[in-house]
Design a protein around this ligand. Structure first.
Ligand SMILES: *Cc1c(COP(=O)(O)O)cnc(C)c1O
Length: 351
């Protein structure tokens, strides 16, 4: 097992931090007359029993996830979307104005935005034109101030899984944290890096309820990692970071894993059909292979095709101004009807 010293990686102020202790931290029992948190004892004004603060530790969710994923509760962080986990990792480990993260564009935009907000430097080592990791270049660009490396696999916006051996090499050579964002892992034919938590104490795996589970609206994301990392994230999060309505929906949803898997299979079927249909169109110059619920395609005059689709009330993501995605549009897989409509409209382009 690879062991790095996590305590040493932390920002000094975080090492010293004494966290806020909420009313529900000081008494966590469920039975009694609760006169400790200045809640409204008469109930919530709208119907729905919303007057009490939610569980700050999201224990019910963690217990269920722990069984499903075969991970100890102490290795699970639940956040207000994975975006919260990204921000917390930055705030815990990267000293503003001094330390850095490393990212591999084209990739998810939030890593750089969260770094910019926290005044953390961003080292960019772009993927190759085939969206593969430049492993040696990544390792050569790490400095003594680099704390986090973000790897998005399957990668957004390209859609492909990144090479396991490259990721393993980075994990072995880097003495900071490697954050593997698996927002799209349910759509991919590979297993999660969660299975490697025992082998490397410097992995953090991000997953989310926003994609395969269809729960983007209620903002729940997950980070899996070493106990020390997870406990720091819990220490610095807002005390009640995931609201109780969202928690209850997740607790119920976790009873329906098989339904999630069925829907994922439908999406994969539609994705492959959509890729085939797109590839028959003259304006499509290349379809990149995807392991996610979207397709990146190189298009003849992406900006014009994008505007043409908008005129027809079809909204896709124009990625043509980002590195290695010149003339590319990103298509989220829709329902069968939506995909058929997309193909019908695209096939009339230029008529
Ligand atoms: C959609 C997406 C997420 C999800 O973020 P949430 O805050 O959990 O909704 C995370 N990472 C990537 C790469 C994504 O594309």
């Amino acid at each position: 097992m690879k062991m790095i010293n996590i305590e040493n990686l932390l920002r000094e102020n975080i090492k010293r931090l004494k966290p806020y202790s909420s009313a529900r931290d000081e008494y966590s029992g469920k039975i009694g007359i609760f006169l400790d948190a200045n809640e409204n004892s008469f109930g919530s004004i709208p119907a729905g029993d919303l007057n009490r603060y939610p569980d700050p530790h999201q224990n019910e969710i963690k217990k269920k996830l722990s069984k499903i994923k075969n991970v100890n509760i102490k290795n699970i962080f639940i956040g207000n979307g994975s975006d919260e986990a990204i921000d917390l990792l930055m705030r815990a480990f990267c000293a503003p104005g001094k330390e850095s993260i490393l990212i591999m564009p084209p990739t998810y935009g939030m890593y750089k935005v969260a770094a910019d907000i926290n005044d953390v430097n961003v080292i960019e080592v772009p993927l190759t034109s085939e969206f593969k990791i430049k492993t040696d270049e990544v390792i050569n660009n790490i400095t003594s101030n680099t704390k986090l490396i973000f790897i998005c696999s399957p990668n957004n916006p390209s859609g492909n899984l990144l090479d396991r051996n490259s990721i393993r090499t980075i994990l072995k050579s880097f003495n900071g944290l490697v954050v593997i964002d698996e927002a799209y892992i349910d759509f991919a034919p590979e297993e999660s890096w969660i299975s490697e938590l025992e082998s490397f104490n410097n992995i953090v795996v991000l997953q989310t309820f926003s994609k395969a589970w269809g729960l983007a609206n209620i903002r729940v994301g997950i980070a899996y990692g070493n106990e020390e990392i997870i406990s720091v994230m819990n220490k610095i999060k807002y005390p009640y970071n995931v609201n109780g309505v969202s928690q209850q929906i997740i607790i119920d949803a976790l009873e329906s894993e098989s339904k999630k898997n069925e829907v994922v299979n439908k999406i994969i079927y539609q994705r492959d059909k959509l890729a085939d249909a797109l590839s028959t169109l003259d304006i499509i110059e290349n379809i990149y292979s995807t392991d996610a619920n979207f397709i990146l395609a190189k298009v003849n005059d992406a900006n014009r095709v994008y505007d043409y689709l908008l005129e027809n009330r079809i909204i896709v993501r124009n990625r043509s101004n980002i590195i290695n995605c010149e003339e590319c549009l990103r298509f989220t897989v829709g329902t069968e009807e939506e995909n058929n409509k997309l193909i019908e409209i695209l096939s009339k382009y230029g008529e």
